[in-house]
Design a protein around this ligand. Structure first.
Ligand code: UDP
Ligand code: MG
Length: 342
């Protein structure tokens, strides 16, 4: 099910791959965000280590515990102490959300390439050799594209489609639809992401914004091994709102256009009734029209103020300059050191 379809390559990947450049020997950092993954981690981390060991002996796995409320902490500490794997364990001080957990992970990686992968087995491990291959051929970022959303609800699919349409309509930086967080990043890209100062981080937008040579790799997400997805419609909605307010001003522009159109219509209508009165002396009836239009346009105004408010809220959040996450714990059993970077 994970075999790439040529159409996906054609649509998202530059036709001619970048010229092959000799990459330094791979030192890979894997970032695994974990929120209530106590059941999955004891199987997932060894499985990931085994898959990665096929590519290089020099690797580390960074587990980011995003304020889990189950036994994730105990399980991760156990893995760090007894698995003998090159692990790094970061515990955030509370649940900051997946975007922040990924940022925390990336900030602490030391390899010359970074893989971001979910800890619930949904991102197929057998994509890693292909990602590695594309990286070696010169691509700086290889991202998984969800090739089949078959298992998802209709509402989620419609919402996703709408979101990407709005996002990309008003933006010169195009976000590839259905690209997920399953990614292989060159050190350059990881450093670029680290350098972006915003606090509320919409990762999918940031990946697109930093640019670099990217390649898409279609995959069919597997079923969650255990536990439940923490992204319900409400949470997805607020993530979408974060994305929109951080990456496009299109919703603001829409209201300027609507305002201009309404003003124009009012002007024409005003002109028309003046003329009508002068020429035909028509009597000016119509309080229902008045009432209806007042209601309509106060509604329109409230909506536009609301949208304005979303943007101001975003600005308010950013100017406070609070860090996007806080670390409560950092257990380092990794063998990679920061001078390994280049
Ligand atoms: N996750 C996280 N913090 C959160 C929610 C999720 O670190 O607040 C992690 C979770 O442990 C998993 C990944 O992000 O490794 C994807 O989450 P999930 O499976 O719930 O989302 P879905 O796969 O449905 O998009
Ligand atoms: Mg999942």
């Amino acid at each position: 099910p994970t075999s790439p379809s040529p159409e996906f390559y054609a649509e998202y990947t530059p036709a001619a791959p970048p010229a092959a450049l000799p990459r330094p020997p791979l030192r890979l950092s894997c970032v695994v965000p974990a929120f209530n993954e106590a059941v999955n981690l004891p199987r997932f981390i060894p499985a990931l280590a085994e898959a990665v060991a096929q590519l290089t002996p020099h690797f580390e796995i960074v587990i980011v515990n995003d304020g889990s409320t189950d036994a994730t902490h105990t399980v991760a500490m156990e893995l760090v102490a007894h698995s003998g794997l090159p692990l790094r364990y970061l515990a955030l001080s509370r649940n900051f959300g997946k975007e922040a957990a990924l940022s925390a992970g990336i900030d602490h990686t030391r390899g010359n390439a970074v893989v971001l992968i979910d800890g619930d087995f949904q991102h197929p491990l057998d994509l890693l050799p292909e990602m590695h291959d594309l990286w070696q051929r010169g691509y700086d970022m290889v991202y998984g594209v969800i090739a089949d959303r078959g298992a998802e609800s209709g509402a989620k699919r419609v919402g996703t489609h709408l979101f990407y349409r709005i996002m990309n309509a008003g933006n010169s930086v195009k976000m590839p639809p259905n690209a997920g967080d399953y990614r292989w990043l060159d050190r350059k890209v990881a450093n670029a992401l680290k350098a972006l100062p915003e606090r509320h981080r919409f990762m999918k937008g940031l990946y697109a914004w930093v640019g670099f040579k990217t390649a898409a790799l279609p995959f069919v997400p597997l079923d969650r091994a255990a536990g439940a997805s923490s992204f319900n419609l409400r949470r997805l909605g607020s993530l979408a709102l974060l994305g929109l307010t951080s990456f496009t001003t299109l919703p603001l522009r829409v209201w300027s256009v609507i305002g201009a159109l309404v003003a124009l219509a009012a002007l024409l209508y005003g002109g028309w009734i003046t003329l009508e009165t002068l020429l035909f002396g028509a009597d000016l009836a119509g309080w229902p029209t008045l009432a209806a239009s007042i209601m309509l346009f106060s509604g329109v105004q409230l909506m536009s103020i609301g949208i304005l408010g979303e943007y101001i809220g975003r600005i308010y959040d950013e100017v406070k300059q609070r860090p996007s996450y806080l670390l409560a714990r950092d257990e380092d059993h990794s063998s990679l050191r920061s001078n390994d970077n280049v």
